[in-house]
Design a protein around this ligand. Structure first.
Ligand code: ADP
Ligand code: MG
Length: 322
């Protein structure tokens, strides 16, 4: 099989023919005709042995390679529409490709995302996905929009991605139910697409939690001119499975510094609280109030009694020891 039959056999079916795609897979470039004034575009790469293991289920790899990108679009308040795949693989493995495409397609179908092109090359296994979506730039959720006095919220539980990885490494052994839940959250994270759209125009700054809550909130505060925040730990920040980790002696700092959660962390002006409640009803999600933006620098974490606790705030950085 050559690269062209491979594209025809596996990728062409993922080009689902949206009306805003004039030319999709098959020409030198795709032609898009979005009827909107602004687009959000992003890309993310998954490398074997760094982001996944080569023998992980290809369905999960396909799912997650799109999920991490849709999560970035959600964090801007954009509606996802198109994606491209740059695939580098050591050899053509049809059963791997079939699983990969099924995982990708499962998530793409849910969000109306059409595959419009890509590239296929031989080399060490890595997957780069680009995604594009549309948005009203006036209602976008930008990292630099945090201001002193805004409330900080979480749109989903943090720590599950970290715990999922510990389970996969056999470093944490919960009961079967928690084990399945945590592995599922790590392998097939649900991007908060509906939530991002519902928050657009209501939340101010937003980010999706991929490096860990403290690191990612830190990115927002830095981008907004070097602000600080006070965060109070609340059991509603964690899933029941993560709470059982805490109950059995696990540290909350693991849960707020571990990455790969793909939930949204966002800020809201105090006067927009009613609008936020409305957005939660429309988007069918719960926003957990975790703190406030301050003029200080750094993030102070308090326990539920209001006592300051020390935490490590370093997120995962690829080149730290380079
Ligand atoms: P070119 O040589 O002009 O760059 P290619 O031969 O690389 O074109 O690709 C042929 C067509 O197949 C293009 O439309 C390209 O976007 C698409 N394509 C190639 N690889 C992939 C892939 N992995 N997923 C989706 N589309 C792909
Ligand atoms: Mg060409």
């Amino acid at each position: 099989m050559n690269e062209f039959t491979l594209i025809d056999r596996y990728f062409r079916a993922l080009d689902t023919g949206r009306s805003d795609v004039l030319v999709g897979i098959g020409d030198d470039a795709a032609i898009l005709a979005p009827t909107t004034e602004a687009m959000a575009v992003c890309t993310d790469t998954l490398v074997a042995d760094v982001h996944f293991l080569p023998d992980d289920d290809p369905f999960d790899i396909g799912f997650k390679s799109l999920a991490v990108n849709l999560s970035d679009l959600a964090a801007m308040g954009a509606n996802p529409r198109w994606a491209m795949i740059n695939l580098v693989m050591p050899a053509i493995d049809e059963s791997w490709l079939e699983g990969f495409c099924r995982g990708f397609s499962e998530l793409a179908g849910r969000h109306g995302v059409s595959l419009i092109g890509g590239d296929t090359t031989r080399g060490p296994l890595s997957i780069s996905v680009q995604a594009g979506g549309t948005l009203n730039p006036e209602r976008s959720l930008r990292r630099d929009a945090a201001r002193v006095g805004q409330a900080v919220y979480l749109g989903g539980p943090v720590g599950d991605g970290y715990l999922g990885l510990q389970v996969a490494r056999d470093a944490y052994r919960p009961d079967d139910e928690d084990r399945d839940y945590l592995l599922g959250r790590m392998r097939r994270p649900e991007p908060a697409v509906g939530q991002g759209a519902a928050l657009s125009g209501i939340a101010r700054a937003a980010i999706d939690v991929s490096d860990g809550l403290l690191a990612d909130l830190g990115h927002v505060l830095d981008a907004s001119g070097g602000l600080g925040a006070v965060i109070t730990l609340d059991s509603r920040m964690f899933s029941p499975a993560a709470q059982r980790y805490l109950d059995t002696g696990g540290g909350a700092s693991d849960l707020i510094t571990g990455g790969d959660d793909y939930v949204l962390c966002f800020t809201v002006e105090p006067g927009d609280r009613a609008a936020l409640e409305d957005a939660c009803r429309r988007g069918d999600f719960e926003a957990v109030h975790i703190g406030v933006v301050t003029s200080g620098d750094g993030i102070e974490v308090r326990d539920r009694f209001g006592n300051s606790i020390t935490t490590v705030s370093a997120g995962y950085r690829h080149f730290d020891n380079a």
